[in-house]
Ligand binder design. Structure first.
Ligand code: NDP
Ligand code: 8X3
Length: 255
C-alpha cells in the first residue's frame, strides 16, 4: 500500500508543488484548501500520475470544519503517514503602530490556530498507530524579524516553538516532526500579503532568483523519505541571493 500524505494549502504554491512531488514518488494524497475548483483540477492531474487522491475543501481557521473533514475519512484514508501543515499567509506589511487588527487576526487564526486544529485532529490517528511524520512549514520569519514583519514573524516563531513542542509530546509515539523554514519562495504568497497588488508583489523578487515551490517540495520529499530512525528536525532553506531575512542580493537577475 502507498503511504498517505495530507497536505494543507494544496491549491497553490508550496502545497501544490508538494502534492505533485509526492504523487510522483509513490504517495497517495489528501489535498486540502478553500478553493474547490483548484482542488478538483489538482486531484485530476495527480490521478493521472497514478496516485489515489481525496480532495477535502475546508477552512483551517474553523475548528468544526477541520474536525468534520478528518472525521469523514474512511477506510485506508485514516492511516495518514505524513501531515504537511502548510496552509498559511502573511497579510500586510505595516509597522506595528499602523497595523490592522483584521490582518493580525487572519494571520494568527490561519498560521497558528489553523495549524493547531489540524494537528489536534490528525495526531490521534498517528499516535494510535505509533508512527507518522508531521512537517510544519514555518519560515525564516520564524527565526528572525524584519521591518513590517511583526505579527507574521510572531506567528512563524509560534510555529517554530510548536514544532519543538510536538516533537517532545509525540516522542513516546515514534512520531517525527520536521520544521521547514524557507526564505523567499515565489508563489501567490506576496500577492496575498500585498492584497492583490501585483506590482508590489513582483518587486519582492526583483533582481534575484527566488526559491520555487518545487525547491521546497524536494526538501519535504527528502525529509519524509529518510530511514525510520532519522528525523530532520529543522531545515532553513534560502535562495543563494538571500543571506537572512533582511540581506538580499538583487543583482542576480533571473536567468
Ligand atoms: P500561497 O499563497 O501560494 O499558498 C497558500 C496556501 O494556503 C493556499 O493553498 C491557500 O489555499 C492555503 N490557505 C490559506 N489560508 C487558508 C485557510 N484559511 N484554510 C485553508 N487553506 C488556506 O503561498 P505559499 O505556498 O508560499 O505558502 C505556503 C506556506 O509557506 C505558508 O505557511 C507560508 O507562510 C509559508 N512560507 C512561504 C514563503 C514564501 O516566500 N512564499 C517563505 C516561507 C514560508 P486556499 O486559498 O485555496 O484556501
Ligand atoms: C515568507 C518569507 O521573508 O517574506 O515566510 O517572511 S518572508
Amino acid at each position: 500500500m502507498n503511504k498517505i500524505a495530507l497536505i494543507t494549502g494544496a491549491t497553490s504554491g508550496i502545497g501544490q508543488a508538494t502534492a505533485e512531488k509526492l504523487a510522483g514518488n509513490g504517495f497517495d494524497l489528501i489535498i486540502t484548501g478553500r478553493r474547490p475548483e483548484r482542488l478538483e483540477a489538482l486531484a485530476e492531474s495527480l490521478r493521472k500520475k497514478g496516485a489515489k487522491v481525496l480532495p477535502l475543501c475546508f477552512d483551517v481557521r474553523k475548528p468544526e470544519e477541520v474536525k468534520q473533514a478528518i472525521d469523514s475519512l474512511e477506510g485506508n484514508w485514516k492511516t495518514i503517514d505524513v501531515l504537511v501543515n502548510n496552509a498559511g499567509l502573511a497579510v500586510g506589511i505595516s509597522p506595528i503602530q499602523e497595523g490592522l487588527a483584521e490582518d493580525w487576526e487572519r494571520m494568527i487564526d490561519t498560521n497558528v490556530k489553523g495549524l493547531l486544529y489540524m494537528t489536534r485532529a490528525v495526531a490521534p490517528l498517528l499516535t494510535a498507530r505509533r508512527t507518522g511524520h508531521i512537517v510544519n512549514i514555518a519560515s525564516i520569519a520564524g527565526k528572525e524579524v524584519y521591518p513590517g514583519g511583526n505579527v507574521y514573524c510572531a506567528t512563524k516563531h509560534a510555529v517554530d516553538a510548536l514544532s519543538k513542542a510536538m516533537r517532545t509530546d509525540l516522542l513516546a509515539y515514534n512520531i517525527r516532526v520536521t520544521n521547514i523554514a524557507p526564505g523567499m519562495v515565489e508563489t501567490e504568497f506576496s500577492l496575498v500579503r500585498y492584497k492583490g497588488n501585483s506590482e508590489a508583489a513582483g518587486n519582492v523578487y526583483k533582481g534575484l532568483v527566488p526559491l520555487s515551490g518545487e525547491d521546497i517540495a524536494d526538501t519535504i520529499l527528502f525529509a519524509v523519505t529518510r530511514p525510520p530512525h532519522v528525523c530532520l528536525n529543522d531545515i532553513v532553506i534560502m535562495p543563494t541571493a538571500q543571506a537572512n531575512a533582511r540581506d538580499v542580493n538583487r543583482e542576480t537577475e533571473k536567468g
